[in-house]
Design a protein around this ligand. Structure first.
Ligand code: BG6
Length: 370
């Protein structure tokens, strides 16, 4: 039931705040992360020397976001790999390897086969999944469910923010078990940040949705859109491009902003729309300055720049054609906010083109063949 919304996807994007809140529910107490499903796994988390995240599509981008937080908090090296690539390359696996799979459906065959492969070769497996009792969690040693609620639209939206939330909870849990040099206060600071995310997403939906829809309307004839991001904004650029391909059938590519001068800048010609996810200057003044200078470079070549920047960041104003605002958050948490305008944009552009956003051509919600 669409509950009065024009599409399941519109409904599901509006549920992004709840997807995060429900994934957190019952898992934070007095500033600490509590995940009862992981009771009895302390020894494994203490001894693990490496984490490999495997997934496909949007779920793999959630994994790429999670890598930054997991490495920062746990100091365990994290690799993120597409499930179908992982199992055909003779990966190095041992009992010190924890393979974390991410899947909304829990039925994606590529991911399932990779989990089985990892298990057979002695790795421990943990599944982050949105569907109770699905095959992938049943084949895994441990499960952390996301509680995004049923996702009907083929392209994943609310499950994506729930997956990042679950990865962050997992990261904070492992960090505490390992007694890493992070004090309890630091853990509670991160928990507070997580708990503030639903309200901040709701604010973006409230304040920016209409403007993004208007922007999409103006851009209905666009043939190609580029997305640039840096650090945690990089996987968000990839996700923004994927959503636009899936929903609006437009050529779209995401790049690491620092890579611009090593190739993609050749694509910039007058009128080329480019979304740029601008990192907070509070994260790193240097990184912020570099992204702003990337904006200047593409603008000088005629690009039409749509910046996604935190409230109060005025440095982008002289160079961007449009600035979409996200509330302030600690840098690691910005992806949970920056992705929201991109989900709205892809949906709005597909709608402006008269396309069915819930059932894009050639795609299936859960791909149960390899
Ligand atoms: C795809 C879906 O084919 O499978 C994507 O269209 C999704 O939206 C991907 O990200 C992975 O699916 P799952 O269920 O494993 O998260």
């Amino acid at each position: 039931d669409k509950g009065g919304w024009s599409s399941f996807m519109a409904k599901e994007v509006s549920e992004e705040p709840d997807a995060v809140a429900n994934t957190l529910r019952g898992r934070v107490r007095d500033g600490h992360v509590v995940i009862p499903e992981l009771d009895g796994m302390d020894e494994l988390f203490t001894n693990v020397s490496r984490i490999i995240v495997i997934a496909c599509g949007t779920a793999a981008y959630a994994g790429l976001v999670g890598k930054y937080a997991l490495e920062q908090w746990t100091r365990i090296p994290v690799d993120v790999e597409l499930a179908h690539e992982f199992r055909y390359r003779d990966p190095v696996l041992d009992p010190g390897t924890l393979v974390v799979s991410i899947s909304q459906s829990g039925e994606t065959m590529d991911t399932l086969m990779a989990v089985k492969y990892a298990r057979e070769r002695g790795a421990k497996t943990l599944s982050i999944c949105n569907t109770q009792g699905a095959t992938i969690p049943r084949e895994s040693d441990a499960i952390v469910y996301t509680h995004a609620g049923p996702e009907v639209a083929v392209a994943s939206t609310k499950a994506f923010v729930a997956q990042i939330t679950a990865l962050y909870l997992l990261g904070l849990h492992i960090a505490r078990v390992r007694g890493w040099a992070r004090s309890g206060t630091e853990e509670s600071m991160q928990v507070l940040e997580l708990e503030a995310i639903p309200g901040k997403i709701a604010r973006i939906l409230e304040r920016e949705q209409e403007r993004i829809e208007q922007l999409a309307h103006w851009m209905a004839d666009t043939r190609s859109v580029l997305f640039l991001g840096r650090h945690v904004g990089y996987p968000i650029a990839l996700e923004g491009a994927l959503k636009l391909k899936e929903l609006a059938y437009i050529h779209a590519e995401g790049f690491a902003a620092g890579e611009l001068k090593h190739g993609p800048i050749a694509l910039i010609e007058p009128g080329q729309p480019v979304f740029v996810i601008v990192p907070s200057p509070r994260a790193s003044a240097d990184m912020h300055k570099k992204v702003v200078s990337s904006i200047q470079e593409i603008r000088a070549r005629g690009a039409r720049v749509i910046a996604i920047a935190e409230e109060g960041d005025v440095a982008v104003l002289p160079f961007a054609d449009e600035v979409l605002r996200i509330p302030l958050a600690e840098p690691l948490f910005e992806p949970l906010l920056a992705v929201v305008p991109l989900h709205i944009f892809a949906m709005a552009l597909a709608t402006a083109k008269g396309l069915d956003v819930d059932q894009p051509r050639n795609l299936a919600k859960s791909v149960t063949v390899e």
